[in-house]
Design a binder for this molecule. Structure first.
Ligand code: TGC
Ligand code: FAD
Length: 391
């Protein structure tokens, strides 16, 4: 199926972008048209993550775009990172997931909390896609409340002995390394780099998902894994360390969700202009116009929200609560648009001929991971009232 996507820009936000932003965004957009659109429907139907695209994601700067060039990153700003995530998720949330995990949840903690040896060892290879990483925070009994995690390590003479398990981990089945969050004997959370091949470490795949089918999800199981002491991330500990990574990933998702919404809107708009019922295009009926007009309004508001958030992040001034608001709002916006867009297409909307149902199913994961819709609302509630609903 030919990819006819035309990106909506109702408030001429392109005028605010630098030449570099436009260049980076267009490169990602063209790559998605060329390399994702032709294969994504089949990948999704078959439940396959296309591992063959990993080096290309490295080539377009989708891995660690804001990591300094000294460590193999592209040294770009936060708006460029957001734009790349937007374009990748326009292709599929699963493709964006792989890039945001690699960038924000693997490269970011190694860059921020790692030492120089760890940065040099891992970051350039992660940037090129020669290594792929995953991020293990969630456990079977601790999802929204990761502070209760049970995975723990003991300090032995010459290594750290890791036991426990993580579940719902993106990229786990094929990742070369895992940034794993575990408690030491004093109950303090630390990040450890666990490598595939370490004895006692396995990554069983999670099957039968109806959502994010073109992304590989799995468990991380640690059975007396001897992790070298030099694999401990030394520069930050406590729950704030993994949550700091989530700030970066949630920011990317806020942009990514706009990509999914744009694809649904663009598809519905084109269909509404072409599909004839009662001797006229269905787009001429007021009820369909209402859907389409509301979609472009919500997309435009979301674009403005993320652009401003990007400016704040560029100055290192965005708060975690501001990021939560954008993640929650934009994913919810995309879900509503996907549902309405699917209805505009009638029966055709449920088929793989069009991308809408795939986006709709993907967004059911996106609204849950990186903090659920409810959790982000409570973060906003805490921020504005000063009253903590979690405790
Ligand atoms: P709380 O007491 O509030 O905070 C503990 C410490 O963390 C600090 N902190 C943050 N630091 C940086 N960034 C943030 N966003 C932070 N939020 C809190 C806080 O200041 C405190 O520091 P300190 O120094 O005082 O100790 O912690 P809590 O236990 O009450 O929990 C708060 C809550 C519920 C907001 C947090 O646990 C939460 O966000 N839960 C949601 C869990 C979540 O988002 N999991 C995501 C797993 S990874 C994932 O889904 C990847 S999907 C990737 C993909 O495929 O794209
Ligand atoms: P729970 O925490 O059990 O929540 C269930 C429901 O209760 C939700 O609706 C929630 O909003 C609500 N709830 C919970 N607490 C409260 C409260 N205090 N007040 C009101 N309502 C509340 N995790 C990783 O660590 N790494 C990954 O790479 C990763 N990838 C993922 C990929 C996919 C496809 C999916 C689906 C998940 C992934 N996750 C990952 C896990 C994800 O972060 C968790 O699923 C998420 O944090 C929610 O945890 P939970 O599923 O245990 O839900």
């Amino acid at each position: 199926m030919t990819d006819l996507f035309q990106a909506p820009d109702y408030y001429r936000l392109d005028d605010l972008l630098t030449e570099e932003h436009v260049m980076v965004r267009n490169a990602a957009r063209e790559w998605v048209k060329r390399s994702i659109s032709p294969i994504i429907e089949e990948c999704c139907q078959k439940g396959r993550f296309p591992e063959e695209i990993i080096p290309e994601l490295g080539d377009i700067g989708a891995f660690g775009s804001y990591i300094p060039t000294k460590f193999g990153g592209a040294g770009l700003d936060q708006i460029s990172y957001g734009l790349i995530m937007q374009e990748l998720e326009r292709g599929d949330s699963g493709i964006r997931s792989t890039a945001s995990v690699q960038s924000s949840l693997v490269m970011y903690p190694i860059y921020k909390y790692g030492n120089e040896i760890q940065r040099k060892k891992y970051l350039p290879k992660l940037a090129k896609g020669e290594l792929v990483g995953c991020f293990g925070l969630t456990e079977a009994n601790y999802g929204s409340n990761p502070n209760g995690m049970e995975t723990q390590f003991k300090e032995m003479d010459d290594h750290l002995l890791l036991n426990g398990s993580k579940m719902w981990i993106s990229n786990a089945p094929f990742a070369d390394i895992a940034v794993v969050w575990a408690k030491n004997e004093a109950g303090r959370i630390h990040g450890l780099i666990v490598e595939r091949g370490m004895e006692g470490f396995s990554t069983p795949e999670t099957h039968n998902k109806w959502s994010l089918r073109a992304s590989a999800t799995g468990e991380l199981v640690f059975d007396n894994v001897k992790v070298p002491k030099e694999n401990l991330l030394p520069n930050k500990s406590g729950l704030g360390a993994p949550l700091g990574c989530l700030d970066s990933a949630r920011f990317g998702i806020a942009w990514g969700a706009i990509g999914a919404a744009m694809d649904c809107y663009d598809t519905a708009l084109r269909y509404a202009k072409e599909r004839i019922q009662f001797d006229k295009p269905i787009g001429a009926f007021q009820m369909q116009q209402k859907k389409l007009a509301e979609m472009i309004t919500e997309i435009t508001k979301a674009q403005l929200l993320t652009y401003r958030l990007g400016q704040l992040r560029n100055k290192n001034e965005a708060t975690s609560a501001q990021i939560s608001m954008a993640k929650r709002n934009n994913v919810d916006m995309a879900m509503t648009i996907a549902r309405d867009a699917r209805q505009v297409l009638g029966a055709m909307g449920i088929t793989g001929e069009y991308p809408i149902m795939r986006h709709m199913m993907n967004l059911e994961s996106v609204v849950t991971y990186e903090g659920t819709h409810d959790i982000h609302l409570l973060i906003t509630g805490l921020d504005i009232t000063g009253l903590n609903a979690f405790k």
